[in-house]
Design a protein around this ligand. Structure first.
Ligand SMILES: NC(=O)c1ccc[n+]([C@@H]2O[C@H](COP(=O)([O-])OP(=O)(O)OC[C@H]3O[C@@H](n4cnc5c(N)ncnc54)[C@H](OP(=O)(O)O)[C@@H]3O)[C@@H](O)[C@H]2O)c1
Length: 403
């Protein structure tokens, strides 16, 4: 039931102004400035600004463009590597020691691109740079960062969603990168959670960069995998759990391969540069109630919902927050309170563009991309199971449907 509760609450949302951005930008700019002055980057930068395109690799064929992907072993990162290889890029996939990767090595054989796998520590900038250069990687054109905290815990969020992601970009810039792509999330529009604030901090720093390097910040809605947590329960004749009346929130889910394709477009499509890019999948938005209905229809099981009052989550958060208040230095307790807030957030906040004037989520204003539908995805998962759809980030392990 815990799994169903989480699955019920797990979905996706968009930007509020986050205070204190300007101060942070200064540190980033200072670093960049120092990087340019002290390295071959300065020469490279001069070439970039004098070239026809405002990004350094513009006009070069894909096989001459080197793209570093961090978070290459994640749910989206793996598909990004695969898509880049299909498009013919020179891919440098960074994975940490012991990561159960690289699934993309096989992909290289059937693609026109080339793949270099580098084991490195993204949490340590110097060590990451050393790992790359010691493997002969002396030049990067584009950095795509798909890193994310796997737990959503407080310290891990700041360590990965902010610091390690920034390290990726810093090291890429040291190696000459002229375009940065960040996989963020639409839910940063309303930042109530640590991982969202960490992502926003990095987003703000990227937006504060000078016009070279260029950047694209991708803010997707919910991933298909995030909506699949109750498939097995419904398949087995169980109920579909929703919060409130099942219409508290809504999302326009996107498949991993459509999102990967959108991310890769950000490299070659100049109209996606210097932009915050909220993005959803094709078709309409779904409330949890409608997701349940779709599943009942596909499985042929009788329609049965369990409607859980959202106040239960508020009570749990209140309790955990009070305990956390007594133990400010206990990371485990702080994380437990954060996990409850993550669950509450996804149970009630839509993963759609947020209209800053009305404060309402707007499905029509949320752009659509791709061809994969939620219906086809549910059909596949009902038939074939969740292979390749393992839940990763921001999901406490004890609540995963695969645990
Ligand atoms: N789920 C959704 O519905 C949704 C919706 C919108 C946006 N998003 C955002 O999309 C992004 C990517 O999500 P995802 O599902 O692809 O993430 P994921 O599957 O959890 O992958 C996370 C990646 O980060 C790496 N990583 C995590 N901690 C690390 C560490 N300490 N050291 C080195 N590498 C580390 C992982 O490496 P290992 O494989 O070695 O662990 C993995 O490659 C996240 O920022 C998320 O917020 C998610």
């Amino acid at each position: 039931m815990a799994a169903a509760f989480l699955a019920a609450s797990y979905g996706a949302a968009a930007p509020f102004n986050h205070s204190g951005w300007s101060g942070r930008n200064k540190a980033w700019n200072w670093n960049l400035h120092r990087g340019f002055k002290s390295s071959r980057n300065f020469k490279w930068w001069c070439q970039c600004v004098s070239s026809k395109s405002n990004y350094g690799y513009g006009g070069k064929p894909a096989e001459e463009v080197s793209v570093m992907v961090t978070g290459s072993t994640g749910y989206i990162g793996r598909f990004v590597v695969k898509e880049l290889l299909n498009r013919g890029y020179k891919v440098v996939a960074v994975a940490r020691q012991g990561s159960n990767a690289n699934p993309s090595v096989e992909e290289e054989k059937s693609s026109s691109g080339s793949l270099e796998c580098v084991t490195g520590d993204v949490t340590n900038k110097e060590s990451l740079e050393k790992s790359l250069t010691s493997q002969g990687i002396g030049k990067i054109d584009v950095v795509v960062c798909c890193l994310a905290s796997r737990s959503g815990g407080v310290a891990d969020s700041w360590n990965i969603d902010y610091q390690a992601s920034r390290n990726s970009f810093d090291v890429g810039l040291e190696l000459g990168a002229s375009h940065l792509v960040l996989l963020s999330a639409i839910c940063v529009q309303k930042p109530l959670l640590h991982f969202q604030r960490a992502k926003l901090k990095l987003e703000a720093e990227i937006q504060g960069l000078p016009s070279n390097p260029t950047w694209s910040i991708v803010r997707p809605t919910a991933f298909f995998k995030s909506l699949a947590g109750q498939v097995d329960i419904v398949k087995a004749g169980g109920p579909f759990v929703v919060f409130g009346d099942g219409r508290l929130c809504s999302c326009k889910p996107i498949s991993e391969s459509d999102l990967a394709s959108f991310i890769c477009d950000c490299i070659s499509d100049e109209s996606k540069h210097q932009k915050l890019l909220p993005i959803g999948g094709p078709g309409r938005a779904y409330t949890p109630l409608e997701q349940g209905d779709l599943l009942f229809e596909i499985t042929g099981k009788s329609r049965r919902f369990v409607k859980v009052p959202i106040q239960i989550m508020d009570f749990a958060i209140g309790l955990l927050d009070s305990v956390a208040g007594f133990f400010p230095d206990n990371a485990g307790i702080q994380d437990a309170a954060e996990y409850a807030k993550i669950g509450r957030y996804y149970a009630a906040e839509s993963m759609l563009v947020l209209d800053p004037d009305t404060g309402c989520y707007d499905a029509d204003a949320t752009p659509s991309y791709g061809t994969d539908t939620l219906e086809a995805f549910f059909q596949r998962v009902v038939m074939e199971g969740m292979a390749g759809q393992e839940l990763g980030e921001q999901v406490p392990s004890f609540l995963r449907s695969d645990s």
